[in-house]
Design a protein around this ligand. Structure first.
Ligand SMILES: *[C@@H]1O[C@H](CO)[C@@H](O)[C@H](O)[C@H]1NC(C)=O
Length: 299
């Protein structure tokens, strides 16, 4: 429990990169600096207090404590729920290439779905989909054969987000991508590094980890209800988050666009159940977190 709290505090300590990196480091990391030198509150202290809070404390106060843990990252106006599908075999050490890019836009205040971007991607390192991959994702070989490559699709996504005023210089709303875990690090960042691809924007480097946000809210609720054994150790994934909110799984699991749409429904449910607790950017690439920690340790 305490170990989980420490790990969480570490993750969350990286959430407000713009405010905590030096301007130079921020530029290097591709994050816009928002003033410098503001020391963030000690998140680990918040969580430790929450952990020791006794049963019977007012539920409102308890939720406020958990909420405080997340309070340092930006709370975007619009979330882009994302779920990549990738080439795969039934093994862990496969070199994945992204083959589907769905982004479902959700109004962060109302939870309403606004629009969606959807593209398939042609893999270039190995153009042949395995039978395992086609069975898992429902994506046919002919579909990816006819698709654009990753840099082209990322440019299309970027142009689409710019047109909507969500990213770039003319942005008139704050925006962040939201995933159920490691899509932007494990899949996109690794593939871009391997292929020497430049990402079109820093919005692909930090994100709202919906699983983490969900787990924190579930834990706050358990604490408020005086539940003796928290559900914090239970596996959090898309099906379990839908189940928790009594939402049926719509479409096909591991179809990128269906998973992204279902993730958007989870975001809607989190907003509905916790209207005063907005979703915030709570995770970033490990290298950004390291740069942030290094700078903090020099203070
Ligand atoms: C490409 O991927 C397919 C499906 O996983 C596999 O059968 C094939 O051996 C791979 N080709 C190469 C050159 O690695």
């Amino acid at each position: 429990m305490v170990q989980g709290a420490a790990a969480l505090a570490l993750l969350l300590a990286a959430a407000d990169l713009g405010a905590s990196l030096t301007p130079a480091a921020a530029r290097l990391a591709g994050v816009k600096a928002r003033g410098s030198g503001r020391r963030r509150p000690r998140l680990s202290a918040n969580l430790t207090n929450a952990e020791t809070s006794r049963r019977g404390r007012a539920a409102v106060a308890d939720e406020a404590r958990f909420r405080a843990v997340e309070s340092d990252g930006p709370a975007p106006d619009v979330l882009g729920c994302l779920d990549f599908e990738c080439t795969c075999e039934n093994s862990w050490d496969y070199v994945h290439e992204i083959i589907e890019v769905p982004v479902v836009l959700v109004d962060a205040a109302s939870g309403d779905v606004l629009d969606a971007f959807h593209a398939y991607v042609k893999p270039t390192e190995n153009a042949t989909l395995s039978a395992f991959c086609t069975d898992l994702t429902g994506i046919a070989q002919a579909t990816v054969d006819a698709a654009k490559t990753l840099p082209e699709v990322l440019a299309d996504l970027d142009a689409w987000l710019r047109e909507k005023g969500l990213v770039g210089d003319g942005a008139d709303a704050t925006f962040a991508l939201a995933t159920d875990g490691w899509d932007l690090a494990h899949f996109l960042d690794n593939e871009c590094a391997r292929k020497g691809l430049a990402k079109p924007g820093a919005y692909l480097d930090s994100w709202v980890d919906v699983s983490q946000a969900f787990a924190l809210r579930r834990r706050a609720k358990d604490r408020a209800n005086g539940r003796k054994k928290g559900r914090s150790s239970r596996r959090v994934n898309l099906p379990s988050m839908l189940r928790h909110h009594r939402l049926p799984l719509e479409g096909r699991l591991h179809s990128g666009i269906d998973d992204a749409t279902n993730l958007a429904r989870v975001v809607g449910a989190l907003r509905e159940n916790h209207p005063d607790w907005p979703l915030r950017t709570n995770d970033a690439l490990p290298r950004l977190k390291e740069a942030n920690d290094a700078w903090l340790s020099e203070l």
